[in-house]
Design a protein around this ligand. Structure first.
Ligand code: BES
Ligand code: ZN
Ligand code: ZN
Length: 504
């Protein structure tokens, strides 16, 4: 699907489908924009009949109505004017996309003029709409044979035009469109990495795909192989990989958008391409979902690609330790002791708590970069699903200032985060018996917090750091976000990380 921008006078056009977004006033009454008298009459009559109330996700489709210079008209509700945000526009664009697909429409034009009265920044409007459309278009079907794809798939939404009302507006619409395109494209790339099954997405393919996608972006990508990982004393990453026939990789992405003297911001992502649990093997039910255990890594890769393509004025580094967790003959056994890059040892009391082991080495390496801040994203614990479900990403940091920054960035990105506890009590819970640390808490309670406390041991003192547990938000979130696939990777936290990068 192409998304275009155009300066237009409505009546002159001979369009296939016009999409109009309608907001509500403070009494929740729909505000019908004055576009076309006959269309106004038609919409008002549906409102009077209580067929349409302009609630979010509500739609009305008029086929062959020949109004507002178009054959068909789609009306989409946006909720209260005072509550319209980039995120509600993303959701409205997704609602429109899904409805246009149901109606088998191939071209659509989006009317923006009434929206520019609600949100002053026109480029923010077109960015959010573009993101909503392109994120909705994402589908992971590359492993299906041609025959099994639906026959009517041929009739697709091919072109969407964002209608600007003047030259100045056209420039802003175009600017937002370009930004939205980059963000959606990079997020969809992350999703594709996440949705690819373990036999296709191994640590080696993850590294190779990253190198391929980064070509021409100004990102420098390096991938360390097993021998190098061993030489670099990354005992956690190496140890976790031993049960698998697949070699681990340590992926390093470097972007220089600011003066060399400026400290970099470092993003770290868990790239566990399949988590069977290892010797502490997981139950069979839903084990397939553990192909998503590299979404932290995939989403850091997507964020880094976007940061580079948007040419943000920041120095940023992305780090992805990548491995499988399998119960092969050389696998870690419960009780085995490994040593991280910073010399601290840990006993592996449960081989299924492997994410923190590969992140330990990555956080040591991140600390060595003398960064302005470190942010890590990981599908780290099942416990975060119990605590927060699939709505909020849990954020762990002791730095209140940083938490404020994160909350602001997440708000701007339209993603939900929630501050979680990380205290000395949790640190006490992970002290080891025959090594410095244990990879699981003694009490087995507050599992997400003890996991965060473990990670903290590998971040150098004084470096602002926050851990994002995305185990609940990284996939299957379409029940609340219509621009995400029904079953599949969401790209959670990509947009928040891009926003965070802008603050350094
Ligand atoms: N990858 C899992 C966490 C996970 C679970 C992500 C469910 C998404 C959905 C992680 O490696 C893991 O297995 N963690 C264990 C830790 C426990 C053994 C202390 C868990 O959460 O059960
Ligand atoms: Zn695990
Ligand atoms: Zn895992």
């Amino acid at each position: 699907m192409k998304v275009l921008a155009q300066k237009t006078t409505l009546a002159q056009q001979n369009r296939q489908t016009m999409v109009v977004f309608i907001t509500q006033n403070k009494d929740k009454k729909p505000i019908v924009p004055k576009i076309d008298q006959d269309l106004d009459t038609l919409v008002n009559s549906t409102i009077q009949n209580k067929d349409f109330g302009a609630e979010s996700k509500e739609t009305l489709f008029f086929r062959n109505c020949l109004l507002a210079g178009a054959k068909h008209v789609l009306i989409v509700g946006l909720g209260k004017s005072s509550e319209v945000s980039s995120e509600s526009l993303r959701i409205a664009a997704a609602t429109a996309y899904n409805q246009l697909k149901v109606q088998k429409v191939t071209e659509a034009s989006l009317y923006l003029e009434n929206l520019t009265k609600v949100i002053k920044d026109t480029s923010a409007i077109s960015q959010a709409l573009t993101e909503g459309l392109l994120l909705s278009e994402y589908e992971f079907s590359e492993l299906k044979s041609q025959n099994s794809k639906k026959k009517d798939d041929k009739k697709q939404l091919e072109e969407v035009t964002l209608l600007a009302s003047g030259s100045a507006q056209l420039n802003s619409v175009k600017k937002g469109l370009d930004i939205g395109y980059i963000i959606a494209d990079c997020t969809n790339f992350s999703r594709r990495l996440g949705d690819s099954p373990g036999n296709f997405m191994t640590p080696t393919t993850l590294a190779n795909e990253t190198i391929k996608k980064a070509k021409g972006t100004g990102l420098k990508v390096t991938a360390w192989d097993k021998a190098r990982i061993k030489k670099e004393k990354m005992g956690g990453l190496l140890g976790v990989s031993l049960g698998s026939s697949q070699e681990p990789r340590f992926i390093i992405m470097e972007y220089k958008g600011a003066a060399a003297s400026k400290k970099p911001v470092v993003f770290v992502g868990k790239g566990l391409t399949f988590d069977s649990g290892g010797i502490s093997i997981k139950p069979a039910q839903n084990m397939d979902e553990m192909k998503y255990d590299m979404c932290g890594g995939a989403n850091v890769i997507g964020a880094m690609l976007a940061i580079a393509k948007l040419k943000l004025k920041v120095n940023a580094i992305g780090l992805v330790p990548a491995s499988e967790n399998m119960p092969g003959p050389a696998a870690n056994k419960p009780g085995d002791v490994l040593m991280a890059r910073n010399g601290k040892s840990f006993e592996v009391l449960n081989t299924d708590a492997e994410g923190r082991l590969i992140l330990a080495d990555a956080l040591c390496y991140a600390s060595e970069q003398k960064p302005a801040a470190i942010f890590d994203a990981a599908t780290l614990t099942g416990a975060i699903l119990v605590a927060l479900g699939n709505t909020h990403t849990g954020v762990f940091t002791r730095d209140k200032n940083l938490m404020g920054k994160i909350q602001k960035s997440a708000d701007a990105a339209g993603e939900l985060v929630w501050p979680m506890p990380l205290t000395d009590h949790h640190v006490e819970d992970i002290r080891g018996t025959h090594a410095d640390w244990s990879n699981i808490g003694n009490s087995r309670l507050a599992g997400s917090s003890t996991a965060a406390a473990f990670l903290e041991q590998f971040v150098e003192d004084g470096i602002p750091w926050a851990h994002f547990d995305i185990a609940g938000t990284a996939w299957n979130v379409a029940n609340r976000l219509p621009y995400c696939p029904k079953k599949g990777a969401s790209g959670a936290i990509v947009r928040t990380f891009i926003e965070l990068a802008k603050t350094f």
